[in-house]
Design a protein around this ligand. Structure first.
Ligand SMILES: NC(=O)c1ccc[n+]([C@@H]2O[C@H](COP(=O)([O-])OP(=O)(O)OC[C@H]3O[C@@H](n4cnc5c(N)ncnc54)[C@H](O)[C@@H]3O)[C@@H](O)[C@H]2O)c1
Length: 221
């Protein structure tokens, strides 16, 4: 299996490739802008030429909430549009480009990265865009299921990645930890276990679902 790490930042994609190779895996980097259908189609053509197939698509690219937290009433419309272009148009554009390669083989797995922010009701565009990702997942799952392709989402709670650490300080991080019933923050490994299951052969009867991986943080009952 070869992992193709596609990112708008070629350095970031190459960094991930290096990590996968150092762990003994096979990976290649590609520069892709998920908001541009032409860029997604170029990736599809490259995969077809290079490997003849695409089995799994993980729609991970996103614009994070950044420092500009806002509500439905205060958000600047240009910021809202930019957020939706990456976080919602992105997974749709990538699915439109890559699902046809899966349909050719009658088998595929698509996993969209949502967030527990979808359940936080602040009106912040990040949370609203992730709520829309959950609904998009459901819609695409119904359309693609008869073609052998499942579409699910993962909604992580706070994971101290570089992106999160750039917007929260130590005190806030500690507050997040205290508020998490499983008294620790999440790790990327926590997400990977869920992802591996959703893309496995055994998960063939699971589609349209959102797997919340958050140590109970969002407290959804
Ligand atoms: N870290 C968390 O606490 C957390 C929690 C819930 C959900 N998530 C979600 O997990 C995913 C990864 O988050 P992360 O913390 O690693 O953030 P991150 O900012 O490190 O990763 C996002 C990646 O998307 C890329 N990207 C942005 N715009 C793009 C575009 N137009 N085309 C292609 N690539 C683009 C960025 O270059 C970056 O590498 C995101 O979908 C995020 O919303 C993260």
């Amino acid at each position: 299996m070869v992992v193709v790490c596609a990112d708008i930042l070629s350095d970031g994609a190459r960094e991930t490739v290096d990590m996968i190779r150092a762990a003994g895996g096979s990976a290649e980097a590609a520069t892709v802008d998920v908001t541009e259908p032409a860029s997604a189609s170029e990736l599809a053509a490259l995969l077809k030429k290079r490997f003849g197939r695409c089995d799994v698509l993980v729609n991970n690219a996103a614009m994070f909430m950044g420092n500009k937290r806002s509500t439905g009433m205060t958000v600047e419309i240009e910021y809202w549009r930019r957020m939706f272009r990456v976080n919602l148009d992105g997974p749709l554009i990538m699915t439109q480009a890559l699902a046809p390669l899966m349909i050719e083989n009658g088998w595929g797995r698509i996993v969209n990265q949502a967030s527990t922010a979808a359940y936080m009701y602040s009106g912040d565009p990040y949370g609203v865009s992730k709520g829309a990702v959950i609904t998009l997942t459901l819609g695409l799952s119904v359309e693609l299921a008869p073609k052998g392709v499942t579409v699910n989402a993962i909604a992580p709670g706070p994971i101290p990645t570089e992106a999160l650490l750039s917007v929260v300080d130590e005190a806030r991080l500690d507050g997040l930890k205290q508020a998490t019933p499983v008294s620790r923050l999440g790790t990327t490994a926590d997400l990977i276990h869920g992802l591996r299951y959703l893309v496995s052969e055994n998960a063939g009867w699971i589609t349209g679902q959102t797997l919340v991986i958050d140590g109970g943080w969002a407290k959804r009952y």
